[in-house]
Design a protein around this ligand. Structure first.
Ligand code: TZP
Ligand code: MG
Length: 237
């Protein structure tokens, strides 16, 4: 137990139920303000935010990350940074999300320290098991469905592919690592995706979405509908 008077670590485990991944490109964000969209999404019930900006200049990304962090902290929601581990360190937010072509989990852990969240994208059982062995705190599994947000056609695995990875994770002793699925998930299909993608031996903790919230006419309403789908999901187990 920590010494009396020591700064207490956050006691609430992260909630990955409705996981928002941002996109600042004109096709998804349009002419809206990203910070305003995230604020609305938080109001609607988003439980985790990943700031994903592949093109922004470092200084601009740091400035936006600080603005987003002020919003997420107010709600006790973790803010994670996509790819740019040094930005997460500089901002002091809750962690990062890294893909297969990014920094290793071990290297990210060295830079971030133990208390931070490191999420990893996995499209195959092999990638998922390795990420768990490397100490990932959660996995983003996908791509579930083809999506205009990420024009990646080689790793579309469908709900059945997600389910196979979850089954393998449980079989290899990594059933305790939280998972979300990502790619083409929206307010219309969230309930069926959660049901179809969950394995009898391991359920998804939630769904990760970009355009379903960022490109929505009403991001708060979209987030709220997704939260409803997660709350009522007929997840087997
Ligand atoms: N990783 C796999 S698919 C994807 C990412 C970041 C984009 C998902 O976007 P959308 O709009 O939710 O389909
Ligand atoms: Mg990446």
């Amino acid at each position: 137990a920590p010494a009396e008077g020591a700064a207490a670590p956050p006691t609430r485990p992260p909630n990955y139920g409705v996981y928002l991944v941002t996109d600042s490109t004109p096709t998804i964000l349009g002419d809206r303000d990203l910070v305003a969209v995230v604020e609305a999404a938080l109001r609607g019930g988003v439980t985790c935010v990943q700031y994903r900006d592949k093109h922004g200049e470092r200084e601009a990304v740091v400035a936006t990350a600080r603005q987003l962090h002020a919003l997420t902290r107010r709600r006790g929601v973790p803010l994670l940074i996509n790819d740019r581990v040094e930005v997460a360190v500089e901002v002091g937010c809750e962690g990062v999300h890294i893909g297969q072509d990014d920094m290793s989990v071990q290297e990210a852990r060295k830079l971030l320290g133990d208390g931070k969240i490191i999420g990893v994208t996995a499209s195959t059982t092999k990638e998922a098991i390795k990420a768990c062995q490397d100490g990932a705190d959660y996995l983003g599994i996908g791509t579930v469905y083809a999506t205009a947000t990420k024009k990646d056609t080689k790793s579309i695995i469908g709900p059945a592919g997600v389910r196979a990875i979850l089954t393998a994770m449980a079989a290899y002793g990594h059933g305790g690592v939280p998972t979300v699925c990502i790619g083409g998930v929206n307010t219309s299909n969230a309930t069926s995706v959660l049901a179809q993608a969950s394995s009898p031996s391991k359920s998804l903790e939630g769904i990760a979405v970009v355009s379903a919230v960022v490109a929505a006419a009403d991001p708060a309403a979209a987030a709220s509908q997704l939260a409803g789908a997660v709350a009522t999901a007929a997840i087997p187990v």
